[in-house]
Write a protein that binds this ligand. Structure first.
Ligand code: MN
Ligand code: MN
Length: 311
């Protein structure tokens, strides 16, 4: 496994770990978490969704749906999309519909509204809606980053198009592009100090997401989500410390946890992820993530076909 592959797998598995760890305390206040768990640090399931230990939620399963669609489309659909063809976005829309019809354990309101609109009208985006400022499009964009790594124009076009299927809001767009670019840099080995500088500059250029002083809101509003993610990501370099601090902030803890797990997991790589959490994830989730990571990276860096063997 090369370094890029290790970082990409660290990001995807770290994402699922954050989802599974945070889901236990989703929608709880930090004080309620402290009363019930002291510090919440184990993947034990339960929570308001009554999950099995190691079970992930919509954050991970919707990302896997996007990843499946990108693999179904393949490198041709991605380059055709970059050239203005919308076929790939319909493949993604259809994957979200299949995901939704499969009765996911959870589905955000804005995602539901967007998927129903696509089902009934076939449109690839709704009008701008001030109510679309949730984190649902941001949370599932990891596969788009892997599939377009090294091609910023393709990354931007694909990320916005997959996001707009359900969320049409400038803050959702900026957050999706900002965290996606940061993930791309971390996959390429950006160190902790340079990461802090990059985040500082990005927050200065995107004032709505400025997170110092940190206000302590970790809701599904994309501004609160991003502020929480960047605050904890830059506070510590250690994966476990970072993720535990994030989910104990409560509220949309599975989603803030997933996004912090993704970025911190890219920073440390899969080999450095806590084994006790990895063992807790459900085997089919780990298998799907491992398969997608390899295949999505291959879309970004098409492997040369093996030399043909003479008969
Ligand atoms: Mn969730
Ligand atoms: Mn959530």
């Amino acid at each position: 496994m090369n370094e890029l592959h290790d970082r990409a797998l660290g990001a995807y598995l770290g994402f699922a770990m954050g989802d599974a760890l945070g889901a236990t305390v989703e929608f709880m206040r930090p004080r309620e978490i402290a009363v019930q768990y002291g510090v919440h640090r184990d993947i034990i399931g339960r929570g308001w969704l009554k999950l099995a230990a190691g079970q992930v939620t919509d954050d991970t399963t919707m990302s896997l749906a996007l990843g499946d669609a990108l693999l179904q489309g393949g490198p041709e659909a991605i380059s055709q999309h970059a050239a203005g063809d919308d076929t790939l976005i319909r493949v993604i829309g259809d994957a979200y519909v299949r995901w939704f019809k499969g009765k996911p354990v959870d589905c955000g309101n804005t995602c539901r509204r967007g998927i129903l609109r696509y089902m009934h009208e076939g449109t690839l985006a709704g009008e701008f809606n001030p109510g679309d400022g949730g984190n649902g499009a941001l949370m599932r964009n990891l596969p788009a980053v892997l599939a377009t790594l090294g091609d910023d124009a393709a990354f931007e076009r694909l990320s916005i198009a997959q996001a707009r299927l359900t969320h049409h809001h400038p803050l959702s767009d900026s957050a999706t592009l900002g965290l996606g670019r940061l993930l791309g840099l971390l996959l390429n080995g950006l160190d902790h100090n340079t990461c802090q500088l990059w985040v500082k500059r990005w927050a200065a250029d995107n004032r709505a997401f400025s997170f110092t002083p940190y206000r302590g809101y970790a809701t599904a509003y994309v501004v609160d989500t991003v502020q929480t993610v960047l605050h904890y990501l830059t506070k510590s370099e250690d994966f476990e410390t970072t993720l535990i601090a994030t989910v104990n902030q409560g509220d949309d803890a599975d989603t803030t946890g997933a996004l912090v797990g993704m970025l911190a997991g890219a920073r440390c790589g899969a080999t450095q992820l806590p084994q006790r959490w990895l063992r807790r994830l459900q085997p089919d989730t780990v298998q799907a993530i491992t398969h997608q990571t390899t295949s999505l990276l291959a879309l970004a860096h098409p492997q040369p076909s093996p030399p043909s063997v003479p008969p």
